[in-house]
Design a protein around this ligand. Sequence first.
Ligand SMILES: Nc1ncnc2c1ncn2[C@@H]1O[C@H](COP(=O)(O)OP(=O)(O)O)[C@@H](O)[C@H]1O
Ligand SMILES: C=C(OP(=O)(O)O)C(=O)O
Ligand SMILES: [Ca+2]
Ligand SMILES: [Mn+2]
Length: 642
Amino acid sequence: MATNGEVCFLNTTTLLPSINTPDGKALASKDHLCHDDSAPVVKAQTIDELHSLQKKRSVPTTPKTHHPDEDLQKLHLQSISASLASLTRETGPKVKSVKQKLDYLTPASLSTSDSALKFTHILYNLSPAELYEHAIKHEKGSFITSSGAIATLSGAKTGRSPKDKRVVKDETTAAELWWGKGSPNIKMDEHTFLVNRERAVDYLNSLDSVFVNDQFLNWDSNNRFKVRIVSARAYHSLFMHNMCIRPTLEELQNFGTPDFTIYNAGQFPCNRYTNYMTSSTTINLNLSRREMVILGTQYAGEMKKGLFSLMHYLMPKRGILSLHSGCNMGRNGDVALFFGLSGTGKTTLSTDYSRFLIGDDEHCWSDAGVSNIEGGCYAKCLDLSPEKEPDIFNAIKFGTVLENVVFDEHSREVDYADKSVTENTRASYPIEYIPNAKSPCVGPHPKNVILLACDAFGVLPPVSKLTLAQTMYHFISGYTALVAGTEDGIKEPQATFSACFGAAFIMLHPTKYAAMLADKMRKYGTTAWLVNTGWCGGRYGVGSRIKLANTRRIIDAIHSGSLLKAEYKTTEVFGLDIPAAVDGVPSEILDPMNAWDDKEAYKETLKKLAGLFKKNFEVFANYSVGGESKLTEEILAAGPIF
Ligand SMILES: Nc1ncnc2c1ncn2[C@@H]1O[C@H](COP(=O)(O)OP(=O)(O)O)[C@@H](O)[C@H]1O
Ligand SMILES: C=C(OP(=O)(O)O)C(=O)O
Ligand SMILES: [Ca+2]
Ligand SMILES: [Mn+2]
């Protein structure tokens, strides 16, 4: 084919109409043949010139070459270069931003390897439109859907790999972190971390270009952190653009050195012969170096949840509680937190058209109130419908990353019911894509905390009011039960217990977070509720999942304060206080015993679940919560009795 300015002749010249030149003289002598002079002529002499007219000079989100403070500019580039330093490139690669044609930084040492001679283009804080183009040009499986979102594949991994997470155990972290049975922190040593870091950095440097995102964590301006994400895929860069807080141009120019850096070399495996590695996937956290390395998984959620782990270490040091929770606020300033494991409804229920969204997944509770850690949401898309979840549905537009969804090859219409790739289909979008998101994403102390459990056993009541001791018991337990397989036939629900509703992300012993929660709830007079977003009227296969509309009415009654005034009775075994009536909800479902036809089956299932709770709690029985023996005793007594 002909390229730029070259002409390729086809054997049809005799059929061609006359051609007008820029000066208006027709090339062919035959007059008036397809002669069209209605359109003005472009102001360009060459194709290159024409293309250069297309892009208007903008204020890039990148610190500019002609930044008034050249020293600052240079420091910034050196900092990016330093992030990518390795043994073969002592000062990092020669950094070049493709946008700006910057002078290359010359390495201090002589070039000793091919790697050191090679340029690596830095694609720095690109816009969503630029990232779309990169993804579509270079990343197989990237497509624009009919609503304007970008569909992508996360590769072999479509969910997190908690068994492949490693945390560096050094002198400091040995003493500070929770290690051993039940802990998510599987140790690795500093040397092995450096081996993996080098592997990731060398991989990234071997590419023609890498993406660098400089962004923030935490909307609480007194406790904000600067993060840098170095990645190889436009998908990862756009995902983090959406999920972290996006800096203003001014904030970016004064960014300086990041507090924490992620090296995402997810397409490249770790070497499984390396010490401490048990597969070709590894996610490594080094708190002393303030770095994270990802090898062998492209699932983008690892980055956001890795940063969340970091916050679970840094925040408690400052007396701030980090929580795996959604958060929203009513018009009167009443804040609610929604705790729960994956799939229990944090994102769905915190996104509520009648309330302000503060965040869907990660929050801090300090003496100043609550703050979102992130700048975006990460919603499950399976069976998403515009009727049931309009705000999330409408957020899936230009800029949104749609992971692992299936779409029509022609219309690019997404089929949200299709789980051919995975059940864990996801949408990542900036929080402002939700119309009533609050900006900044902060709020006063919570009036209510709502513990969500999706109970596929169907024995937990749709709603119950908790005492402080019960709140602690259920917070430390972190229960949910989902159904394992989707193959035909009824499958036994799988009970999951995950301390603090996020055991995969906590860094300290669960009782540390629980003590802080108890302390804050007492101090600020917060009420706690347990809401079952799972089955009622029988276990999975017999009963059915409680309708989202009913759960929403229950949540509305909590927010409005009307549920506080209801009449309560106490259930057997779990000793939960359940209301007799909730506005708009059929009363017969409120007591799970009523809802089950087979009362014997109910009692049996109830005891079975209670037994699982008891067994899970055994490991915590010897720990005191916040050094308060009275509270510890109360918590132990707040579990099921049978
Ligand atoms: N009664 C219900 N309450 C909450 N979610 C429900 C309910 N019934 C069905 N769902 C579905 O369950 C899923 C909850 O997932 P999500 O809100 O993303 O959980 P999380 O954010 O806690 O991981 C959504 O797909 C939602 O549509
Ligand atoms: C992103 C995640 O969070 P959640 O499912 O709670 O939304 C995850 O657990 O990978
Ligand atoms: Ca989760
Ligand atoms: Mn969520």
